[in-house]
Design a protein around this ligand. Structure first.
Ligand code: ADP
Ligand code: MG
Length: 353
């Protein structure tokens, strides 16, 4: 188990240049006519024992990002290292061995639990595949897991439909914990639950993290919930991460215009600040990930757009210690030439070089 203070020293997950493109096919020969760039050149680390929040509007690529990190998809490009092991090109045998260390909790517990299996069978299934426990040992472990997530042992032989949404999510969490994982991708784990139940499940996830030293990638479109649970937050827009920062820094002083717009839409609990709150209304639709704009992906909707943004994709850079963003507003000028590398690139594009 890790103390809060001990957390954040070792990188458990290291993602570099990760891309996940889905081919678009057409015609009777199913020939490829393009790509849905669901995840397009994403890089970040997750430290052992921390919760990294991943936020962004529906369709921006959050789930795909979580799934490709766990190798539920074959990545188009890039590197995925978990606990020092490269996963991007790992074969099925290697992946099978690594499966227990990384797990997923899904958004919809209804859809992710087999309705024909009892709770004991659902929670025990990973044990059948990855361990050689005797029947009695297995039942002990199932009971232990049910205790850990707050499910009554007497319900072990019941079926998922006999439970409430919150209890079903507890079953999903127990199954994810069965093999003692280190890293869990929580993909909108509370989005399908009643508001009154959401806090209970979040508290359970936090409690399990403390007790078991778990590392989370917590995917959500709910910025208030992420503020509560995450240590650091990554903001995604149209397949790319536009900003990543420690939680308080991000919420107190968002740097990327997209983060500023997203946060301006979140109501403030303090009524005095709430009356002062200025909403930034973004115009235009989110472009399609099959046809993203040239330059910065956000250029078609950015209130602070500049000429360079329509031409050059801003690099994702560390602007302050621990704070990363991809935005031309923060390009520092090279004093000798008086121009940034990105401006040079724009000039050469304009000159047709
Ligand atoms: N299996 C798939 N095949 C083709 N396109 C997909 C697939 N999964 C997701 N997409 C597309 O990738 C984009 C990102 O989707 P997703 O990762 O589900 O976003 P989010 O979880 O942020 O809502 C969307 O445009 C979606 O339609
Ligand atoms: Mg999703």
């Amino acid at each position: 188990m890790l103390d809060r203070a001990e957390r954040g020293h070792r990188k458990l997950v290291e993602i570099k240049g990760l891309k996940m493109y889905f081919p678009i096919t057409a015609g009777i020969f199913r020939s490829k006519v393009g790509d849905v760039k669901a995840v397009d050149d994403v890089s970040f680390d997750i430290y052992e024992g921390e919760t990294l929040g991943l936020v962004g509007e529906s369709g921006c690529g959050k789930s795909t990002c979580g799934r490709v990190i766990l190798r539920l998809y074959d990545p188009t490009d890039g590197s995925i290292r978990i606990d020092g092991v490269e996963l991007s090109d790992a074969d099925s045998g290697t992946l099978r061995k690594l499966r227990p260390t990384m797990q997923m909790v899904f958004q919809d517990p209804q859809a992710s639990l087999n309705p024909r299996m009892t709770v004991a069978a659902i929670i025990g299934e990973p044990l059948d595949e990855h361990s050689r426990l005797s029947k009695a040992e297995k039942l002990d472990r199932i009971y232990e897991l049910m205790d850990a997530v707050g499910l009554n042992r007497n319900f072990a032989n019941r079926y998922p439909h006999e439970f409430s949404g919150g209890q079903r999510q507890r079953i999903g969490i127990a199954r994810a914990l069965a093999l003692n994982p280190k890293f869990i991708v929580c993909d909108e784990p509370i989005a399908a639950l009643d508001v009154s139940i959401q806090a209970q499940v979040v508290n359970l996830l936090e409690d399990l993290q403390d007790r078991l030293g778990l590392t989370y990638l917590f995917i959500s479109h709910d910025l208030s919930m992420v503020r509560h649970i995450a240590d650091r937050v990554a903001v995604m827009y149209l397949g790319r991460i536009v900003e990543l920062a420690p939680r308080d820094a991000l919420y107190d002083r968002p740097m990327h215009p997209y983060t500023q717009a997203l946060l301006s839409a979140v109501p403030e609990p303090d009524p005095e600040i709430e009356t002062e709150r200025k909403r930034i209304i973004l115009t235009g639709d989110v472009p399609s990930p099959a046809n993203p704009p040239k330059g910065c992906n956000f250029c078609t909707r950015c209130p602070k757009v500049m000429e360079i943004c329509h031409n050059v994709n801003p690099p994702f850079r560390e602007l302050e210690p621990g704070r990363f963003a991809a935005c031309h507003l923060y390009e520092d000028t090279d004093t000798t030439a008086g121009k940034t590398a990105a401006q040079e690139e724009l000039t050469s594009i304009q000159q047709g070089v």
